[in-house]
Design a protein around this ligand. Structure first.
Ligand code: TXA
Ligand code: MG
Length: 309
């Protein structure tokens, strides 16, 4: 059920239940990170394989210190990006003793951590403590950028959903591995490879792998329920066109950005895909989108949506 009552959400979470909450990237399906019951319910509702760990969302550094090893350099990096309201997730080593349920990390010795900057998400986490929260959609389907998308995805199984309007960024956080010898980019997002390389003054390789151990990088993902054809502007019979830029033909159903602005396109991506999926087309055709800046994250999501294996 969609609600505007933050207190209901906090109560549900405190009682080891799950709830969908808005973040600046996409909506998250949240549960207390120290609650076996809540985190098991997250995996169940999503139909998510238990080897694919979750991100722990925090509202302050004190939260992190209870469960992860954190060096001054790692703290400085997080502080740098988070204080600028950037959507960055970092992977750190877990403390030997910590209160998280092992389900959250899928038994890995590392943990993914993110401080969202959506004011509602921060207020909730401040009241509940650290929350595990994957994107609030059934596994392998489109990510939700509106409360209605969450309701549509889970249908009658939908938990309480706090309506915080449309998500600002529109694609999931960038994931940076700080537990490896040298920093590695695990998932492209709003924080760009260039931003990370500028901060570290060195190359930050994009470790693109399909091994569950570097998870989330499962190939087939973000399915709109029909084939997705990339990098074309002419559509076959029964296909609908998702446009990008000023040269989008008039028969396109949606233009991600008339001015070819990549941030705007990222913000609109999942909302547009949900809209087109609801039309139940034979396929969705997507015009080419440049592969730089946040365009890298857009192409990553689209390539996974187009992948059939
Ligand atoms: O923007 C976001 O990050 C959203 C919002 C809700 O915060 N969350 C999100 O969660 O995208 P999810 O579960 O859809 O993606 C989390 C990703 C997965 O790809 C998972 O494999 C990866 O984080 N991950 C989690 N723990 C990890 C770890 N210890 N090492 C490497 N990757 C990890
Ligand atoms: Mg997801």
């Amino acid at each position: 059920m969609i609600t505007l009552n933050l207190q209901h959400i906090v109560e549900a979470l405190k009682n080891d239940d799950v709830a969908a909450i808005p973040t600046e990237t996409v909506y998250g399906l949240a549960g207390k990170a120290d609650s076996y019951k809540a985190v098991a319910k997250i995996y169940n509702l999503k139909g998510r394989p238990s080897f694919n760990p979750l991100i722990v969302h925090v509202s302050c550094f004190e939260h992190i210190e209870t469960f992860a090893e954190i060096s001054p350099e790692q703290k400085a990096c997080m502080d740098f990006f988070w204080s600028q309201k950037k959507s960055l997730t970092v992977v750190l080593n877990l403390k030997e003793k910590h209160p998280l349920t092992p389900l959250v990390t899928a038994g890995l010795p590392t943990v993914a951590i993110r401080m969202p900057h959506h004011p509602l998400a921060l207020e909730i986490i401040h009241c509940t403590g650290p929350l595990a929260a994957p994107s609030a959609n059934v596994s392998n389907k489109l990510s939700p950028t509106k409360a209605e998308h969450v309701q549509l995805s889970f249908k009658s199984n939908a938990p309480f959903i706090l309506d915080g309007g449309e998500c600002l960024v529109g694609v999931e956080s960038t994931i940076l591995n700080l537990a490896s010898k040298k920093p590695e980019l695990l998932r492209a997002g709003g924080v760009l490879k260039e931003d990370l390389e500028h901060y570290f003054k060195s190359d930050v390789p994009y470790v693109h792998t399909n091994i569950p151990n570097a998870p989330g990088q499962l190939k087939h993902h973000y399915s709109p329920g029909c084939p997705v054809i990339l990098n074309k502007a002419d559509v076959e019979n029964g296909s609908v066109l998702l446009g990008f830029g000023p040269h989008t033909p008039p028969y396109a159903i949606f233009n991600l950005s008339k001015t070819a602005n990549l941030e705007e396109a990222a913000h609109n991506l999942f909302t547009a895909m949900h809209k087109l999926a609801l039309m139940k087309p034979k396929s969705i055709t997507v015009m080419p989108i440049p592969k730089y800046g946040i365009g890298l994250a857009i192409n990553d999501r689209l390539e996974r949506a187009a992948c059939t294996i």
